[in-house]
Design a protein around this ligand. Structure first.
Ligand SMILES: Cc1cc2nc3c(=O)[nH]c(=O)nc-3n(C[C@H](O)[C@H](O)[C@H](O)COP(=O)(O)OP(=O)(O)OC[C@H]3O[C@@H](n4cnc5c(N)ncnc54)[C@H](O)[C@@H]3O)c2cc1C
Length: 360
């Protein structure tokens, strides 16, 4: 067939805006204006971006020129976050107006049954017990967790057994670029990755998971997201402040934000507890946390926090079908004890407070 004289049809395709963006745009929109929470996602999925540790750590670009692939810009939860679309994809419905805590199926007061987990955990050990169960059942082949060394410096780890999980239990209040651990897990060849982290990290990984073409970055291998309730993360100088009070940070056994107070538990021969008002910590929070409106990790499969249950228990919000199956099966297998929670007012109050603060 001759095509002589036939004019080709020219179609103009408007590229999505992010494909015109690079690290410079991320820097301008997020980093330079103090919106970065240091979740680690940009550096996890781009080999040219790195995050150094330290008080003023921010993502930085290590190459001479940027290819403008848009990946860092697209994945950053502070650039954009279509909560409704993600909820439809993950939970099969978007939240209603009255659902202050986002979509969830059930709420429980949970306690791990394993004495070792309880001894090391922050609250009821729900996170560690659920991950231990998921590993034992082969639902996951590894979990990305945030551990700390003796000096209380955060260490992101990829672990695949209960022993290592237990060593990483407990809350580290200094913000950590924990999503970097997902890169390590992918590089190590893991296929069923579980992740535990703060709301910003969960938002970022949901963006990764629900990403449409053109990126293929191993998103299908991220299988389970456990989210932590979080009012804010802190700068590393939090631990300098703690060290000044207790003498040596290595004595610190546990840090806690509870009942509106900051608690430092130390073991130095005997046990000693320092308690102070949260206002003592003023100026030490990560600036990027001020814009966050998510207290309960609203996009996680299962969210876990302290507020809402007595000491020694974890408050657990089961959100996705996967989360529901996990919590039910872990209860049946005797990894956790779970009692349904009717009263969620204290959680709702803090969620509303954080939302208002973030919208200011
Ligand atoms: C920065 C921060 C602020 C928080 N603020 C609140 C709050 O205001 N109110 C509230 O109710 N709960 C808050 N939490 C959650 C709470 O402290 C417990 O983590 C939660 O109740 C789970 O307890 P658990 O005993 O089930 O967890 P555990 O079994 O002890 O497991 C805890 C898990 O948390 C992970 N983790 C610890 N530190 C970090 C970190 N910095 N980044 C990512 N992952 C981490 C570890 O990998 C570990 O697997 C906060 C947590 C963090 C990290």
């Amino acid at each position: 067939m001759s095509t002589e004289g036939v004019k080709p049809e020219i179609r103009y395709v408007r590229l999505p805006r992010f494909l015109e963006c690079g690290f410079a745009d991320l820097k301008e929109a997020v980093v330079e204006v103090g919106r970065c929470s240091l979740c680690g996602t940009c550096a996890a999925f781009c080999g040219w971006i790195s995050i150094k540790s330290g008080e003023t750590a921010t993502p930085s670009f290590e190459a001479d020129y940027d290819v403008l692939c848009g990946l860092c810009y697209t994945l950053c939860p502070r650039v954009s976050l279509d909560v409704e679309e993600i909820e439809r994809k993950v939970f099969e419905r978007a939240r209603g107006e009255e659902e202050t805590l986002g979509v969830f199926r059930k709420a429980y007061a949970v306690r791990a049954t394993d004495a070792k987990i309880l001894k090391n955990a922050q609250d009821g050990g729900a996170v560690t017990a659920l991950l231990a169960f998921a590993l034992s059942e082969g639902v996951l082949d590894c979990a990305v967790v945030t551990s700390a060394n003796e000096a209380w410096e955060n260490e992101v780890k990829v672990v695949n057994n209960a022993e290592e999980l237990i060593k990483s239990a407990g809350t580290k209040y200094v913000a950590s670029p924990s999503v970097l651990g997902v890169r390590d897990a992918l590089d190590a060849g893991y296929e069923r990755i579980g992740f535990v982290g703060t709301p910003c990290q969960i938002q970022a990984l949901r963006k990764v998971q629900t990403l449409d073409e053109p990126y293929r970055i191993g998103q299908e291998k991220i299988k389970l997201l456990l989210g932590l309730f979080c009012m804010e993360g802190f700068k590393p100088s939090l631990m300098d402040f703690v060290a000044k009070l207790v003498g040596d940070v290595k004595k610190v056994k546990k840090l806690e934000v509870r009942k509106g107070l900051f608690w430092i538990h130390t073991a130095d021969g005997g046990e000693r507890v320092f308690v102070m008002k949260l206002s003592e910590l003023e100026g030490r929070a990560m600036p990027g946390c001020a814009v966050c409106t998510d207290f309960t990790a609203e996009l996680a499969d299962v969210s876990v926090g302290s507020v809402g249950t007595p000491e020694g228990f974890s408050t657990v919000l089961v959100r996705s079908k996967l989360g529901e199956r996990l919590v039910t099966a872990a209860t049946e297998a005797g990894y956790i004890e779970a009692k349904e929670l009717e009263e969620l007012k204290p959680v709702v109050r803090l969620a509303e407070r954080k939302r208002l603060r973030g919208q200011r």
